[in-house]
Design a protein around this ligand. Structure first.
Ligand SMILES: NC(=O)c1ccc[n+]([C@@H]2O[C@H](COP(=O)([O-])OP(=O)(O)OC[C@H]3O[C@@H](n4cnc5c(N)ncnc54)[C@H](OP(=O)(O)O)[C@@H]3O)[C@@H](O)[C@H]2O)c1
Length: 336
């Protein structure tokens, strides 16, 4: 089979190589999946350059956590799936339900990922795709989709009539927009681009703020909500956005802490959150039970992931380059 690897100690896309490997064989409780599509997350860029939390990849590693495909063989004792089923792998290995206890192994680093023609998944680490989704759409779910679901539905418990703030128009944020709208909420968004805000409006965004033109967007959110603030912030910016997220928050509101787009370090004063009686909830992707609940909601609500561009397998490098170009709106997918 053909597979991409990130070479040990990868520091740049020059370390992304297409190789030939023997076809893997499923063992007991495992599925052999012909991957049909994979998608790229912000995290995958950081893994390429060695800037992810765990440092550089310590061995040649198949990249990308998120993919979808078709079961072509099953190992002994498999009971959850059969040949022909359409599946996606979970982001974390072995996290079926409950809280994120202990250190979890993630696909795409340190465990091998899905940018390969054939991948072996433990059946406990796979879910069925919503029937109405293509493989390309299904490949967007394991990290970006589930993180947004976890934040909006499981952590914030967004209700009809609530107001939700999303940041940027990348993978997690556009899923958050869709899940918040399906929950009956009003959504306000910030973005670097008026054109992207206009596209987001077509997905249900009510009001957009260009954070380049309006760097004090926390004040602007307060004005737009008549001084009440938003009930929930889906916080993907991190240290550079947290102070304004607190400013934008309503009394008793909640911030779902997800991302680090503005960097890892900061010294945000927590006092405004205290005075508002607000709370913060750390979100780390999600477990398989959440993934299955999300897929039911996606099916019932007819939700389709927002795909910006699909690249062919041979052009994986170009897909990575596009994902980090700043032009991104939603997800970048590689068809396999
Ligand atoms: N905790 C977890 O389990 C978890 C899971 C998934 C992702 N994450 C994190 O969540 C973040 C988003 O991931 P992603 O894969 O959705 O990213 P992505 O698809 O690459 O989206 C990036 C987009 O975010 C916007 N952006 C960039 N810098 C910003 C800033 N300072 N303030 C506001 N918006 C900004 C830009 O949109 P505009 O051009 O529209 O401004 C950019 O296109 C990353 O930090 C990632 O590591 C964490």
């Amino acid at each position: 089979m053909k597979a991409y690897i990130l070479q040990k100690d990868s520091q740049s896309l020059d370390n992304l190589c297409l190789i030939e490997r023997p076809d893997p064989v499923p063992g007991p409780g495992q599925l052999l999946v012909r991957m049909r599509a994979a998608s790229i997350n912000y995290r995958d860029q950081a893994i390429v350059t060695g800037g992810y939390f765990g440092g550089r990849v310590k061995r040649d590693t198949i990249p990308l956590s998120d993919g979808a495909g078709e079961v072509v063989a099953v190992g002994p004792g498999v009971s959850r799936f059969k040949v022909g089923d359409r599946v996606a792998g979970t982001f974390f290995l072995g996290w079926v339900d409950g809280p994120p206890v202990g250190r979890r192994t993630a696909r795409g680093a340190p465990a091998d990922g899905v940018l390969a023609e054939l991948v072996v998944l433990d059946e406990i680490d796979a879910v069925a795709l919503p029937p109405h989704l293509s493989f390309e759409e299904g490949a967007c779910l394991p990290c970006a989709g589930l993180t947004a679901w976890h934040a909006v539905v499981e952590a914030c418990r967004v209700r009809p009539g609530d107001t939700v703030l999303i940041q940027g128009t990348g993978g997690v944020s556009l899923f958050a927009l869709q899940f918040a709208r399906a929950s009956g909420a009003r959504v306000i968004g910030i973005s670097s681009s008026d054109e992207k805000l206009e596209r987001a409006r077509r997905l249900g965004l009510e009001t957009g703020i260009n954070y380049r033109r309006t760097p004090e967007w926390g004040d602007e959110v307060q004005k737009l909500t008549g001084g009440r603030g938003v009930d929930h912030v889906i916080e993907v910016g991190g240290a550079g956005t947290l102070a304004r997220s607190m400013q934008a928050l309503a009394f008793g509101g909640r911030i779902a802490l997800i991302g680090v787009l503005s960097g890892h370090q900061g010294d945000t004063n927590p006092h405004p959150l205290v005075m508002k009686g607000g709370s913060m909830h750390g979100v780390v992707v999600g477990n398989r039970a959440m993934f299955e609940r999300m897929n039911r909601a996606i099916e019932i609500n007819g939700i389709r992931p927002v795909i910006d561009r699909v690249f062919p397998f041979a052009e994986a490098r170009a897909a990575y380059e596009y994902q980090q170009s700043g032009a991104l709106f939603g997800k970048v997918v590689i068809a396999i």
